[in-house]
Write a protein that binds this ligand. Structure first.
Ligand code: ATP
Ligand code: MG
Length: 371
């Protein structure tokens, strides 16, 4: 920028010096040449005005006047009436320099103003775009919230409908319990029936109180017992589908601190998914191991391995999303809830799958020191 302005100044000076030399060196008996040179001065003046605005134009015309004046005064004699036309030309130089400079400066200022306006517009446009993107995102959130609130309403209706028959089931189970005393092999089944009815009742209530979920009830919890309860619960279903359900016990009993009810819900979700994915003749294996992280603490690892259809890569990325399901009657909430439960116990949930061969879901839960 500075370099360009310097070279422009150099051009202007060369012009003025060149034209002045022509004046001073050309004999006076060639007046028509002097007339031409006299007009040539307008070239640097107009250029200076265009390039440097009002001050540039005026400065150049003054320099030209100073360079040209001695030529009139000393070479032409400087007689006021005789050289009037030349004096007037000097006046004209300054008028042209000043006026052209003023006009070009105004033009330049207007261009600058337009540029600033365009910049401002661009900025506003960017802001607007940013805002509309946010609106779209918020709209998406709203849609999701709407989905959730519709689900909440459905849950409320469902809960209402489920609660009454649930009461009857529990009532009849209580009556049956009297018939099958603690020594009877069926006593345990009725106990399960009552416990699970209670659990179902609480799940329904949980849905109703979605806004204020029940606090976790953490107690020492034998992992194997919880798994056995769930396996007993689904073994009939597995048998009907001719799926082998294997529960491999750990070498030592594993005790963790957990909300047993929530944990059972999580295990049940995982096992139901495995059973649903496994075809006739397949198997679902549940194994528990203890991983020692250091001398004092350990991690309990429960693996649910099925020989089902597996999950392709694209679906695998989405299985924890609420409402993601590939089942015609699925809600897609199972794994989302399961992960929340496991994480609320300080654990992790991992899913590995080989499409066509099977899926392994790994739950890791921290064990308290005394375990
Ligand atoms: N063991 C598995 N084998 C194959 N696919 C699975 C397995 N577990 C989960 N999936 C896939 O993950 C999806 C999401 O599971 P999720 O339990 O969250 O919902 P869902 O089972 O479809 O519905 P819901 O649990 O409400 O009945 C399933 O639709 C299924 O495609
Ligand atoms: Mg499920």
């Amino acid at each position: 920028m500075k370099k360009a302005s310097q070279s422009r100044q150099f051009i202007l000076i060369s012009f003025v010096v060149g034209i002045s030399l022509l004046h001073y060196l050309t004999p006076l008996n060639l007046p028509y040449l002097h007339d031409i040179f006299q007009r040539l001065y307008y070239l640097p003046i107009i250029l200076a005005a265009l390039w440097f605005g009002f001050r540039g134009g005026l400065l150049c015309s003054i320099i030209v006047s100073i360079a040209y004046a001695p030529h009139i005064l000393f070479q032409w004699g400087g007689h006021l009436t005789m050289e009037m036309e030349k004096y007037l030309e000097i006046l004209l130089y300054n008028i042209v320099g000043g006026m052209t400079g003023l006009l070009s400066q105004r033009e330049r200022e207007r261009t600058e103003e337009l540029r600033r306006t365009a910049l401002g517009l661009e900025e506003s446009y960017q802001k607007l775009r940013h805002q509309s993107e946010r609106i779209i995102a918020i709209e998406e959130q709203l849609r999701r919230a709407e989905k959730l609130s519709t689900l909440g309403e459905m849950a409320a209706v469902l809960a209402h409908e489920i609660r009454n028959p649930l009461g009857s089931i529990r009532g009849t189970a209580e009556i049956l319990k009297d018939d099958y005393g603690p020594g009877d092999p069926k006593h345990e089944f009725i106990e399960i029936q009552i416990r699970e009815t209670e659990r179902l009742n609480r799940v329904v209530e949980d849905f109703l109180h979605m806004a204020r979920p029940q606090p976790a009830d953490m107690r020492p919890c034998p992992v194997q017992d919880e798994l056995e309860t769930i396996v007993n619960l689904v073994s009939n279903d597995a048998g009907e589908r001719q799926i082998r359900l294997v529960l491999e016990p750990p070498s030592l009993p594993v005790l963790i601190r957990a909300d047993g009810e929530k944990l059972r819900q999580a295990f049940l979700n995982i096992i139901i998914n495995a059973l649903q994915a496994t075809p006739q003749g397949g198997s679902v294996t549940i194994s528990t191991t203890v991983l020692r992280t250091d001398a004092a603490t350990g991690v309990c690892e429960i693996r649910f391995r099925d020989t089902g259809v597996g999950i392709d890569g694209e679906a695998l990325e989405r299985i924890f999303e609420p409402f993601f399901t590939t089942k015609p009657d699925g809600t897609g909430l199972g794994l989302a809830i399961t992960r929340k439960i496991i994480e609320s116990h300080g654990g992790t949930l991992m899913v590995e799958s080989e499409p066509g061969h099977g899926t392994t879901v790994t739950v890791r839960l921290p064990m308290p020191e005394e375990a």
